[in-house]
Design a protein around this ligand. Structure first.
Ligand SMILES: Cc1ncc(COP(=O)(O)O)c(C=O)c1O
Length: 374
């Protein structure tokens, strides 16, 4: 194989499933920085935090029934804040079909000792959603980033549920139409579909979650970082930009850049359209190669963001070498599957990735396959 046999490189070989590719056109010097080195509780800092929250609401098409706020600790922080401050009022069911869902099972069972009902499925599959007892609080991952399996929609969540639905939606928001009336708690991080930074999480609370916070005091100590109520009432200020502790305004400005980009491409609809075009382009690549397959068997619950692929006969060492070859060529960064998942590739197809770059990846996968199978 000579250099001339190499196909054209993707313009941005950033296919990581988190942190994900920056929005097209992003550059650090384009960020608004006047609020750096100043108090986040001053007029400008508060204005920018509020602006970020307002943009998120608009880009998510979040109804007025739901609050949205910025909290510490990326998606993990937001989801654990919700678990620690709301669980224990009734029985708990956890759904798990990949690594992050399993993480919430561990939290509920071993840390909070809630003895949850656990409904599991293997990597590549979705559990039976009809089994769920909705008298329980139900925890699930909208899009399982490590297996590429997502819930197909919100039809399986009853409007008249007794328990609360807790959705870890970090690799789902801005990629799917989320039916907000079915979601009591949702969390995400800017580092996924927006191509933002980690560090902060976003917490979305529906009215029944607020009711829970105001009517239920868990029998456990809550660190200040998790406290959302004051004298039994919701601390509404958190949802207008008065963060619990000091945020990184640099990360906030970076998120604002991404959200303004999302607005410029048509908001949620534009984000979804780009995601779908990317997933369709990757799907064509898979269909044309008999050595590639989808880990998620059912197209209805196959992720359109974190697309996980099987590679014929590949073990962990093979995948590691293949991914390293592509990385060294500048053709694809970070596409080896997650460490706990079956050996395979994982290619982010969220909106910040350009479809032309996914298309350019196909011939590079062929090149790496040939290099590995001389
Ligand atoms: C589904 C899911 N949940 C939680 C996390 C953890 O997110 P963070 O590192 O932003 O806290 C991730 C990260 O990849 C994820 O994909």
């Amino acid at each position: 194989m000579t250099t001339t046999d190499k196909p054209p490189l993707p313009a941005r070989p950033h296919f990581s499933s988190g942190p994900c590719a920056k929005p097209p056109g992003w550059a650090p010097e384009k960020l608004f920085l006047d609020d750096l080195g100043r108090s986040h509780r001053g007029t400008l800092g508060k204005q920018r935090l509020r602006y970020c929250i307002d943009l998120m609401r608009a880009m998510l098409e979040l109804p007025d029934t739901h609050r949205i706020g910025i909290v510490p600790g990326s998606d993990t922080g937001a989801f654990e804040l919700a678990m620690w401050s709301m669980l224990g009022a009734c029985a708990v069911t956890c759904l798990a079909w990949e690594s992050f869902g399993e993480g919430w099972v561990t939290d509920a069972a071993k840390q909070l000792k809630l003895d949850p009902t656990v409904i599991r499925a293997n990597y590549g599959e979705l559990p039976d959603l009809e089994q769920i007892d909705w008298r329980h609080d139900v925890l699930f991952t909208w899009n399982g980033t490590t297996s590429g399996v997502r819930v197909p929609d919100g039809e399986w969540i009853p409007e008249d549920r007794e328990g609360l639905s807790f959705a870890d939606a970090t690799s789902a928001v801005f990629a799917y139409d989320i039916p907000w009336s079915k979601v009591d708690v949702a969390t995400f991080s800017w580092q996924k579909a927006l191509g933002g930074e980690g560090a902060h999480g976003v917490l979305i609370l529906g009215p029944r979650a607020v009711e829970r916070l105001e009517s239920f005091t868990p029998d456990r100590p809550l660190p200040k970082l998790f406290r959302l109520t004051k004298s039994g009432d919701l601390n509404e200020a958190v949802f207008t930009g008065e963060t619990i502790n000091t945020p990184s305004m640099l990360a906030v400005e970076d998120a604002i850049f991404a959200l303004e980009w999302a607005k410029s491409i048509g908001g949620l609809k534009g984000m979804i359209a780009r995601t779908e075009a990317n997933a369709a382009a990757l799907d064509r690549i898979v269909a044309e190669r008999n050595w590639l397959g989808h880990l998620a068997q059912d197209p209805a619950s196959r992720s359109k963001t974190s697309v996980c692929l099987t590679v014929d006969g590949a073990d962990t060492a093979f995948i590691k070498r293949l991914a390293a070859l592509l990385e060294a060529e500048g053709a694809a960064y970070d596409i080896a599957g997650y460490r706990d998942a079956p050996p395979g590739l994982r290619i982010w197809c969220g909106a910040t990735v350009d479809t032309a770059d996914i298309e350019a990846l196909g011939p590079w996968l062929d090149w790496a396959w040939r290099e590995m199978n001389p």
